[in-house]
Every structure is written in structure tokens, then in C-alpha cells.
Design a protein around this ligand. Structure first.
Ligand code: 0X9
Ligand code: ZN
Length: 422
């Protein structure tokens, strides 16, 4: 009887979870405008396809997840435009089943497994209790379904210049919150003098999951969900929170189709998550010198802008520091990152958080990482890679923060802003 009850509870708990048996991820590389246009049309009206890396320009790889029943039709379409595809993932469900360790670690929180929103928030509470006077709870905003965007502020000295760490704006990129919490933990526990110096030198505002509804949805219902969970007068849920910020909104690489994964939303800041977080960032912008944003996947380290190929005023500096950071990142495991502006390194994409932070708040050091990998696992990076990924990423962040600190040295904070600001 007990066993029956357990089974019943288990099946009910997971009853609404999407499965991805024999879903495949194919990589295609458009070689002409016609092929590119067809892929863009498909992305706007995906009908069950899911673009893991969307079409952007000729010769840029596109990764598409295809349900088994659509494979014949998909292959027909590719054949009709003379496009070949390569299977990157043969069975998505198999990767979902093996992404996490078979036996859950016994500790409440760590970096050998991925954690739910509640578990992450409980860990933030634990930090608040464990480091009184250094860690304080902060709320960056709220979500469509009424959750709060919880974060913590780490401060050893009032009036320090500040840096924001943003994770989890795209729900399915689980390595992002895992990396942000790893870095946060190191900020609080590392004995390394370089880290301790950086902890003393800046105030850190850390938000591991800025799209909480989406993140919860990836745990309960659809592991491959990307957007928010808002609904208005259309068929499809959510907008892309990294296309919704009010800076050159929808000018490039953003969709007007609500069913697209890069849907920019009804209007700039239509999503309460970006609107409320934007307001919070505006409130702390006087001291803000850095904004570090974490996504996956592709192994890229990028900086603004996404809407234009025109360079930001400190482009040369951001590129040089980015290259140094990528070199530091490669030291541990040889992981290679390409470095460049969003527009150059990945694709035209407007309305992202770092572009708004740079363009509107005028924050000089804004970077976005596309973490591991390059497509073997994609968003389904095994939990066994979290620590290596986070540690190498931290090494690159340290280079950026040390550079920022060097630029700020010797001035009072107010003047610092003037020196560092482009
Ligand atoms: O398309 C995106 O939003 C990011 N790539 S992802 O595969 N993680 O979705 C690129 C981020 C570019 N950043 C901005 N446009 N600000
Ligand atoms: Zn992303």
C-alpha cells in the first residue's frame, strides 16, 4: 500500500513533465541568403522546433532541436534548400537523464548537482545568517507569477564601487546560476589573497536567477524552456528577457512573433522581470562600475553592443581585457573562448541586459559569458562539469575585476566614476 502511494505521488508530481525521447539536435550552417531566410522563418513560427542557437548570418552555425515526428518533414525542408545537417545530439532525453548525478549529494547545497530555485534561495538565506554584517538580502525585482528576484549584497566597506553578477536570465541555461553561486561562494570563503583583495575592493550585488518563473518551469515541466512565462493576447507564453530591455529595443536579432524564442515582448520592458530589475539597477547605478552576465552555451566572452557593429568608446580596452580574461580562463583546462563585441562575436541581438546597463547606465565594464560547451551537450551540460566550468570562469572574471580595480585606484569614488566612465 505504502509503495503504491509513493508511486502515485511520484507519478502525479512528474505527470506534467515534457519528455524528449528521440528528440535530436541538429547543426546546420546556412551558406546563402535563401537558406538563412528559411531558417529565420522557421524560428519565427517554430511549430514544435526549438532553436538552441538561432539563425543570424551566413556561415554561422544554427542548432535546432527536432521532435521525432517532425524529422522527416524537417529533412525534406533542408533537402529542398540544399542544406545539410549534422546530428549533434541523438537523443535529448538521454542527456536530460544523465545530466545530474544518480545519487543526490547529501549536503544541502553545492556544485556537483544543479539546484532548484527554492534550494538556491534557501542557500542565499543561509549566507545572510552566516555572514551578518557582510552579506545582506536584496530583492532585485519580481516575476510574472509573483516570485521575487532574490539576491545578496556582499560588502566589506561602505561606499565601494560596485559590481553586479547576473545569472539565469535564460531559464534552460542551468550552468549560469550554478556558476554565479560558485563565484559568490568563493567571494565569501576564498583564502586566496587576490580574491580577498577583490572582495574588499568592490561591493557585489549577486542575482543567481533573474528569470525565476522560467527557471522553475525548467525544473517542473520543460527542461528546454528559455523565456519568461507571461501571457497576453496570443497563443504562446513568454518573451525573451534578453531582448526586452529598453535600449535600441527590437532593432536587431529580435522577433515580433510571440512564439519565437527571441520574442522581444510587446514593448520595451513589457516583462516585469526586466522592468523591475532595471529599476533596481538604476537605483544603484551611481556606484556601478561592472556588470557580469552569465549565459550558455558557445564559449564566448562578449561586451556591448549587440544592436550595432559600431564600437563602444572603450572598445579597445574591453577587447584587450577580454582577451586577457580568456587566456586566464584557458589555463586550467584549455577551454577556448572567442572574444568580441556581441554583434561581432555572436550575432546582432538588441535589448539585452548588458547593452542597457552600458548604454543607459553608462557602466564601463560590462561583459557577458556564453559558458560551456560548444554543442556536444549544449544546455544539458553534465553537473560533473560545473566545478571546472565555474572555476575557469572565475579566473577570467578575476582578470576583469583586477583591471577595473587598477583603473579606479587612487581616486575617490566620485572621481573614479569620471575616470573610468567612457
Ligand atoms: O541570444 C542571447 O541572448 C545570448 N545567447 S544565448 O544563447 N544564451 O541566448 C547572447 C547574449 C547577447 N547579449 C546581448 N544581446 N546583450
Ligand atoms: Zn542565454
Amino acid at each position: 500500500m505504502l509503495r503504491f502511494l509513493c508511486l502515485l505521488i511520484l507519478t502525479t508530481a512528474f505527470a506534467n513533465r515534457a519528455t524528449f525521447d528521440n528528440y535530436q539536435v541538429h547543426r546546420v550552417v546556412p551558406e546563402n541568403q535563401e537558406q538563412l531566410n528559411i531558417l529565420k522563418d522557421l524560428e519565427d513560427d517554430p511549430n514544435g522546433l526549438s532553436f538552441w542557437v538561432g539563425p543570424s548570418r551566413i556561415q554561422k552555425a544554427v542548432d535546432i532541436m527536432i521532435p521525432p515526428h517532425m524529422l522527416p518533414r524537417f529533412n525534406d525542408i533542408l533537402a529542398s534548400i540544399n542544406l545539410k545537417s549534422e546530428v549533434y545530439i541523438g537523443n535529448v532525453q538521454h542527456l536530460i537523464d544523465t545530466e545530474r548525478p544518480k545519487v543526490r549529494p547529501t549536503v544541502d547545497f553545492g556544485w556537483t548537482d544543479y539546484y532548484t530555485l527554492d534550494e538556491i534561495y534557501a542557500w542565499l538565506d543561509f549566507l545572510n545568517e552566516t555572514y551578518p554584517g557582510v552579506v545582506t538580502p536584496i530583492v532585485g525585482g519580481e516575476s510574472y507569477e509573483g516570485r521575487q528576484i532574490h539576491g545578496v549584497k556582499v560588502s566589506h566597506r561602505a561606499g565601494n564601487p560596485s559590481v553586479v553578477l547576473e545569472g539565469g536570465i535564460h531559464a534552460r541555461e542551468w550552468i549560469s546560476p550554478a556558476t554565479v553561486t560558485y563565484i559568490l561562494n568563493k567571494l565569501l570563503t576564498s583564502q586566496d589573497p587576490v580574491m580577498q583583495d577583490l572582495v574588499q575592493s568592490f561591493d557585489y550585488y549577486v542575482f543567481p536567477v533573474v528569470n525565476p518563473d522560467g527557471y522553475v518551469y525548467t525544473h517542473t515541466t520543460d527542461r528546454t524552456w528559455r523565456k519568461t512565462r507571461s501571457l497576453s493576447n496570443n497563443l504562446c507564453y513568454g518573451a525573451d528577457p534578453n531582448r526586452n530591455w529598453d535600449f535600441h529595443w527590437k532593432e536587431a536579432g529580435a522577433s515580433s512573433s510571440p512564439c519565437s524564442d527571441s520574442y522581444a515582448g510587446e514593448s520595451p520592458f513589457s516583462e516585469i522581470e526586466t522592468r523591475s530589475l532595471g529599476r533596481y539597477l538604476d537605483d544603484i547605478s551611481d556606484n556601478l562600475v561592472g556588470y557580469l552576465d552569465f549565459h550558455s552555451y558557445s564559449q564566448l566572452l562578449m561586451f556591448p553592443y549587440g544592436h550595432t557593429h559600431e564600437h563602444v568608446s572603450n572598445y579597445d580596452e574591453l577587447l584587450a581585457v577580454g582577451l586577457d580574461a580568456a587566456a586566464a580562463l584557458a589555463l586550467n583546462n584549455g577551454t577556448h573562448y572567442d572574444v568580441g563585441s556581441i554583434y561581432d562575436a555572436i550575432y546582432p541581438a538588441s535589448g539585452g541586459s548588458i547593452d542597457w546597463v552600458r548604454g543607459v547606465l553608462d557602466t564601463p565594464y560590462t561583459y557577458v559569458w556564453e559558458l560551456r560547451d560548444t554543442g556536444r551537450y549544449g544546455f544539458l551540460l553534465p553537473a560533473s562539469q560545473i566545478i571546472d566550468t565555474a572555476e575557469e570562469t572565475l579566473n577570467s572574471a578575476v582578470v576583469i575585476l583586477q583591471h577595473a580595480k587598477g583603473r579606479l585606484r587612487g581616486s575617490k569614488n566620485n572621481e573614479v566614476q569620471d575616470i573610468a566612465r567612457p
